[in-house]
Design a binder for this molecule. Sequence first.
Ligand code: C5P
Length: 240
Amino acid sequence: MTAHTTLRGDVAILIPAAGTGERLGPGPPKALRELAGEPLLVHAVRQVCLAPCVGMIVVAAPPAQVPAVTALLAAVAPVTVVAGGVSRQASVSVALASVPERFDIVLVHDAARALAPPALVDRVVAAVRAGHGAVIPVLPVVDTIKQVGAADLVMGTVDRSVLRAVQTPQGFRRELLAEAHRAAIDDLGRRADHTDDAGLVEKIGHPVHCVPGDVRALKVTHPIDLVVAEALLRAGTLSA
Ligand code: C5P
């Protein structure tokens, strides 16, 4: 893929990539950590370009890295790079503000889920087009989940059958996402932080629809995730 990649779709995708990635250990910001010789963010942008519905990509970079990220991605695809905020949610808000009104559907992704396949992007977008204002990809939870209190004492076991692990990209009607982000800021300008955008939509009472996720959209968080992601890249099964 080269700088001549043209985005022809009608969907904007926001890629917050301004986190530090402390759980990966010391090193550059997570989005710039290398996976098979290239930064995670390059893989993430390349993957979303494989989905024909994508027409705009906005990356929220660590503020000090905006020039470097702009230069890095110039050779990959036409990408708008903005300076991220102090939290993921703040980074998404800034990125969303740069999306022109003509994009009625906005996806919110994570640079850390760099290998999400295009079929997953398509599935989320199809559900938004089918009439769901907010759509999340989910996977069943495989571990038994327990609530643990003080002194490491188990308080109870959660019914696993009703739990889902949530991935990205999450898909929204642009206006609903913008309304949810506006509502998360109180009169004093304080932000009630959520770990995902669907959480903000739930907060304003709008339904959120689930579609099947994909194990290949794993979130690179700990060093072992880089090993799994490299194996997936080597297997060459990420373009569908
Ligand atoms: O920290 P966590 O792994 O939950 O971050 C999820 C995504 O949000 C990552 O892609 C990260 O780069 C991004 N993020 C951001 N701005 C922040 C914090 C995290 O764009 N201030």
